[in-house]
Write a new protein. Sequence first.
Length: 273
Amino acid sequence: MDVPLLLERLRRAHPDAKCALHHRNPFELLIATILSAQCTDERVNKVTPGLFARFPDPTAMSRAEREELEGIIQSTGFFRNKAKSIQGASERLVGEFGGEVPRRMEELLKLPGVARKTASVVLGVSYGVAEGVVVDTHVYRVSRRLGLSRAAKVEQVEQDLMRILPREDWIDYSHLIIFHGRRICQARKPKCPECPLADLCPSAAYFLKGRIPPWEKRTSAGAGVRQSTSRTATPSRKRAKSVKPAKRSASPRGAAAISKKPPGASRLRRGRS
Protein backbone atom coordinates (compact mmCIF):
# COMPACT_ATOMS: atom_id res chain seq x y z
CA MET A 1 0.00 0.00 0.00
CA ASP A 2 1.30 3.44 -0.98
CA VAL A 3 0.51 5.18 2.32
CA PRO A 4 1.56 8.72 1.27
CA LEU A 5 -0.67 8.48 -1.82
CA LEU A 6 -3.51 7.08 0.28
CA LEU A 7 -3.31 10.00 2.71
CA GLU A 8 -3.00 12.54 -0.09
CA ARG A 9 -6.17 11.30 -1.76
CA LEU A 10 -8.08 11.16 1.51
CA ARG A 11 -7.11 14.75 2.32
CA ARG A 12 -8.19 15.87 -1.12
CA ALA A 13 -11.53 14.01 -0.83
CA HIS A 14 -12.31 15.11 2.74
CA PRO A 15 -10.70 18.49 3.42
CA ASP A 16 -13.26 19.13 6.17
CA ALA A 17 -12.40 16.00 8.18
CA LYS A 18 -12.22 16.74 11.89
CA CYS A 19 -13.62 15.58 15.22
CA ALA A 20 -17.41 15.53 14.87
CA LEU A 21 -18.12 15.91 18.59
CA HIS A 22 -18.88 19.53 19.50
CA HIS A 23 -16.78 20.81 22.39
CA ARG A 24 -15.09 23.96 23.68
CA ASN A 25 -12.39 22.47 25.91
CA PRO A 26 -10.73 19.15 26.82
CA PHE A 27 -13.24 18.44 29.61
CA GLU A 28 -16.22 18.76 27.27
CA LEU A 29 -14.50 16.54 24.71
CA LEU A 30 -13.76 13.93 27.38
CA ILE A 31 -17.39 13.79 28.51
CA ALA A 32 -18.75 13.85 24.95
CA THR A 33 -16.48 10.96 23.96
CA ILE A 34 -17.63 8.88 26.93
CA LEU A 35 -21.24 9.58 25.93
CA SER A 36 -20.54 8.56 22.33
CA ALA A 37 -20.11 4.88 23.24
CA GLN A 38 -22.86 2.97 21.40
CA CYS A 39 -24.34 6.29 20.30
CA THR A 40 -24.06 8.54 17.25
CA ASP A 41 -22.10 11.78 17.36
CA GLU A 42 -25.22 13.56 16.14
CA ARG A 43 -27.22 12.41 19.15
CA VAL A 44 -24.41 13.34 21.56
CA ASN A 45 -24.21 16.82 20.03
CA LYS A 46 -27.90 17.31 20.79
CA VAL A 47 -27.44 16.34 24.43
CA THR A 48 -24.18 18.08 25.41
CA PRO A 49 -25.29 21.75 25.10
CA GLY A 50 -27.88 21.29 27.82
CA LEU A 51 -25.57 19.08 29.85
CA PHE A 52 -22.70 21.58 29.90
CA ALA A 53 -25.02 24.52 30.50
CA ARG A 54 -26.12 22.77 33.68
CA PHE A 55 -22.74 21.28 34.68
CA PRO A 56 -19.98 23.30 32.95
CA ASP A 57 -16.87 21.92 34.70
CA PRO A 58 -15.59 18.88 36.64
CA THR A 59 -16.56 20.36 40.00
CA ALA A 60 -20.17 20.98 38.98
CA MET A 61 -20.40 17.59 37.25
CA SER A 62 -19.04 15.76 40.30
CA ARG A 63 -21.71 17.37 42.51
CA ALA A 64 -24.62 16.68 40.18
CA GLU A 65 -27.64 14.76 41.42
CA ARG A 66 -27.33 11.36 39.76
CA GLU A 67 -31.02 11.20 38.85
CA GLU A 68 -30.92 14.61 37.13
CA LEU A 69 -27.73 13.68 35.27
CA GLU A 70 -29.24 10.42 34.07
CA GLY A 71 -32.31 12.26 32.83
CA ILE A 72 -30.25 14.67 30.74
CA ILE A 73 -28.16 11.96 29.03
CA GLN A 74 -30.83 9.26 28.83
CA SER A 75 -31.22 9.44 25.05
CA THR A 76 -27.56 8.47 24.51
CA GLY A 77 -28.24 4.95 25.81
CA PHE A 78 -26.67 3.06 28.73
CA PHE A 79 -27.33 6.25 30.65
CA ARG A 80 -26.89 4.83 34.14
CA ASN A 81 -23.43 3.51 33.45
CA LYS A 82 -22.49 6.65 31.54
CA ALA A 83 -23.69 8.89 34.35
CA LYS A 84 -21.63 6.89 36.81
CA SER A 85 -18.57 7.12 34.55
CA ILE A 86 -18.70 10.83 33.79
CA GLN A 87 -19.37 11.67 37.42
CA GLY A 88 -16.58 9.36 38.57
CA ALA A 89 -14.19 10.85 36.02
CA SER A 90 -15.12 14.36 37.14
CA GLU A 91 -14.51 13.49 40.79
CA ARG A 92 -11.08 12.11 39.97
CA LEU A 93 -10.20 15.14 37.84
CA VAL A 94 -11.00 17.37 40.81
CA GLY A 95 -9.35 15.16 43.42
CA GLU A 96 -6.17 14.12 41.60
CA PHE A 97 -5.59 16.51 38.71
CA GLY A 98 -6.70 19.90 40.00
CA GLY A 99 -9.77 19.93 37.76
CA GLU A 100 -7.66 19.67 34.59
CA VAL A 101 -7.82 16.90 31.99
CA PRO A 102 -4.39 15.21 32.01
CA ARG A 103 -2.13 15.14 28.95
CA ARG A 104 -0.73 11.63 29.39
CA MET A 105 -2.26 8.35 28.29
CA GLU A 106 -1.53 6.49 31.53
CA GLU A 107 -3.20 9.23 33.58
CA LEU A 108 -6.28 9.40 31.36
CA LEU A 109 -6.71 5.64 31.63
CA LYS A 110 -7.12 6.01 35.39
CA LEU A 111 -10.39 7.87 34.87
CA PRO A 112 -13.64 5.87 35.12
CA GLY A 113 -15.19 5.18 31.73
CA VAL A 114 -11.99 5.99 29.82
CA ALA A 115 -10.41 3.28 27.68
CA ARG A 116 -7.69 3.67 25.08
CA LYS A 117 -9.94 5.02 22.32
CA THR A 118 -11.36 7.82 24.47
CA ALA A 119 -7.89 8.73 25.75
CA SER A 120 -6.50 8.85 22.21
CA VAL A 121 -9.34 11.12 21.07
CA VAL A 122 -8.74 13.59 23.91
CA LEU A 123 -4.97 13.60 23.50
CA GLY A 124 -5.07 13.95 19.73
CA VAL A 125 -7.85 16.52 19.36
CA SER A 126 -7.32 18.65 22.46
CA TYR A 127 -3.55 18.50 22.84
CA GLY A 128 -2.22 17.36 19.45
CA VAL A 129 -0.50 14.41 21.13
CA ALA A 130 -0.32 11.23 19.08
CA GLU A 131 -0.20 8.34 21.55
CA GLY A 132 -2.25 5.98 19.42
CA VAL A 133 -4.62 5.66 16.47
CA VAL A 134 -8.31 6.04 17.26
CA VAL A 135 -10.05 2.91 15.99
CA ASP A 136 -13.82 3.25 15.91
CA THR A 137 -16.17 1.13 13.79
CA HIS A 138 -15.35 3.10 10.60
CA VAL A 139 -11.58 2.98 11.09
CA TYR A 140 -11.79 -0.72 11.87
CA ARG A 141 -13.88 -1.54 8.80
CA VAL A 142 -12.13 0.68 6.24
CA SER A 143 -8.59 -0.11 7.39
CA ARG A 144 -9.25 -3.83 7.00
CA ARG A 145 -10.82 -3.31 3.58
CA LEU A 146 -7.77 -1.32 2.49
CA GLY A 147 -5.51 -4.16 3.58
CA LEU A 148 -3.73 -2.11 6.24
CA SER A 149 -4.69 -4.76 8.77
CA ARG A 150 -6.32 -8.16 8.73
CA ALA A 151 -6.60 -8.41 12.50
CA ALA A 152 -9.94 -9.24 14.08
CA LYS A 153 -9.44 -7.36 17.34
CA VAL A 154 -9.45 -3.58 17.65
CA GLU A 155 -6.23 -3.53 19.67
CA GLN A 156 -4.42 -5.49 16.98
CA VAL A 157 -5.77 -3.24 14.23
CA GLU A 158 -4.45 -0.21 16.10
CA GLN A 159 -1.03 -1.80 16.50
CA ASP A 160 -0.90 -2.57 12.77
CA LEU A 161 -1.82 1.02 11.90
CA MET A 162 0.77 2.42 14.30
CA ARG A 163 3.44 0.37 12.53
CA ILE A 164 2.36 1.34 9.00
CA LEU A 165 1.45 5.02 9.37
CA PRO A 166 3.90 7.82 10.13
CA ARG A 167 3.32 9.02 13.68
CA GLU A 168 2.61 12.57 12.51
CA ASP A 169 -0.38 11.20 10.56
CA TRP A 170 -1.97 9.12 13.32
CA ILE A 171 -4.43 11.82 14.37
CA ASP A 172 -5.44 12.93 10.86
CA TYR A 173 -5.75 9.36 9.61
CA SER A 174 -8.59 8.57 12.01
CA HIS A 175 -10.55 11.72 11.11
CA LEU A 176 -10.07 11.10 7.39
CA ILE A 177 -11.08 7.45 7.54
CA ILE A 178 -14.12 8.18 9.71
CA PHE A 179 -15.37 10.71 7.15
CA HIS A 180 -14.53 8.32 4.30
CA GLY A 181 -16.38 5.49 6.04
CA ARG A 182 -19.48 7.62 6.53
CA ARG A 183 -19.55 9.08 3.03
CA ILE A 184 -18.07 6.44 0.72
CA CYS A 185 -16.95 3.15 2.29
CA GLN A 186 -20.19 2.39 4.07
CA ALA A 187 -20.74 -0.87 5.88
CA ARG A 188 -23.46 -2.44 3.74
CA LYS A 189 -23.05 -0.76 0.36
CA PRO A 190 -19.62 0.77 -0.23
CA LYS A 191 -19.62 3.26 -3.11
CA CYS A 192 -16.61 1.79 -4.90
CA PRO A 193 -17.37 3.33 -8.34
CA GLU A 194 -16.95 6.83 -6.89
CA CYS A 195 -14.22 6.00 -4.38
CA PRO A 196 -10.89 7.83 -4.89
CA LEU A 197 -9.08 4.87 -3.30
CA ALA A 198 -10.59 2.12 -5.46
CA ASP A 199 -7.39 1.41 -7.40
CA LEU A 200 -5.46 1.11 -4.13
CA CYS A 201 -8.02 -0.99 -2.32
CA PRO A 202 -7.90 -4.83 -2.55
CA SER A 203 -11.56 -5.03 -1.50
CA ALA A 204 -12.86 -2.86 -4.36
CA ALA A 205 -12.36 -5.61 -6.96
CA TYR A 206 -14.71 -7.85 -5.00
CA PHE A 207 -17.37 -5.25 -4.25
CA LEU A 208 -17.45 -4.06 -7.87
CA LYS A 209 -18.31 -7.63 -8.89
CA GLY A 210 -21.03 -7.87 -6.27
CA ARG A 211 -18.96 -10.15 -4.05
CA ILE A 212 -17.82 -9.91 -0.45
CA PRO A 213 -14.06 -9.97 0.19
CA PRO A 214 -12.97 -13.19 1.94
CA TRP A 215 -11.40 -11.26 4.83
CA GLU A 216 -14.74 -9.57 5.47
CA LYS A 217 -16.52 -12.92 5.63
CA ARG A 218 -14.24 -14.17 8.38
CA THR A 219 -15.26 -11.45 10.79
CA SER A 220 -18.14 -9.01 10.59
CA ALA A 221 -16.89 -5.43 10.13
CA GLY A 222 -16.66 -3.63 13.45
CA ALA A 223 -17.61 -6.75 15.43
CA GLY A 224 -14.93 -6.19 18.04
CA VAL A 225 -15.18 -2.43 18.23
CA ARG A 226 -18.21 -2.10 20.46
CA GLN A 227 -16.76 -4.41 23.08
CA SER A 228 -13.22 -3.09 23.19
CA THR A 229 -13.23 0.68 23.04
CA SER A 230 -15.30 1.75 26.01
CA ARG A 231 -15.79 0.71 29.59
CA THR A 232 -19.22 2.34 29.81
CA ALA A 233 -21.23 0.51 27.17
CA THR A 234 -22.50 -2.29 29.36
CA PRO A 235 -26.17 -2.86 30.16
CA SER A 236 -27.31 -1.12 33.32
CA ARG A 237 -29.35 -4.14 34.36
CA LYS A 238 -28.39 -7.78 34.10
CA ARG A 239 -30.54 -9.71 31.74
CA ALA A 240 -32.24 -12.73 33.17
CA LYS A 241 -30.89 -15.97 31.81
CA SER A 242 -33.37 -17.78 29.66
CA VAL A 243 -34.30 -21.21 30.92
CA LYS A 244 -34.96 -23.79 28.26
CA PRO A 245 -38.03 -25.93 28.89
CA ALA A 246 -37.29 -29.57 29.58
CA LYS A 247 -37.83 -31.76 26.58
CA ARG A 248 -40.36 -34.53 26.92
CA SER A 249 -39.11 -37.92 25.97
CA ALA A 250 -40.62 -39.30 22.79
CA SER A 251 -39.44 -42.84 23.49
CA PRO A 252 -41.97 -45.65 24.17
CA ARG A 253 -40.52 -45.99 27.65
CA GLY A 254 -41.12 -42.30 28.33
CA ALA A 255 -44.66 -42.52 27.00
CA ALA A 256 -45.34 -45.51 29.19
CA ALA A 257 -44.04 -43.65 32.20
CA ILE A 258 -46.38 -40.73 31.54
CA SER A 259 -49.46 -42.92 31.11
CA LYS A 260 -48.64 -45.30 33.99
CA LYS A 261 -51.60 -45.73 36.33
CA PRO A 262 -51.21 -45.18 40.08
CA PRO A 263 -50.86 -48.33 42.22
CA GLY A 264 -54.17 -49.91 43.14
CA ALA A 265 -56.11 -48.14 40.38
CA SER A 266 -57.23 -51.46 38.83
CA ARG A 267 -58.34 -52.93 42.14
CA LEU A 268 -60.38 -49.80 42.92
CA ARG A 269 -62.08 -49.96 39.57
CA ARG A 270 -62.98 -53.64 40.03
CA GLY A 271 -64.32 -52.97 43.49
CA ARG A 272 -66.69 -50.27 42.20
CA SER A 273 -68.16 -52.41 39.43
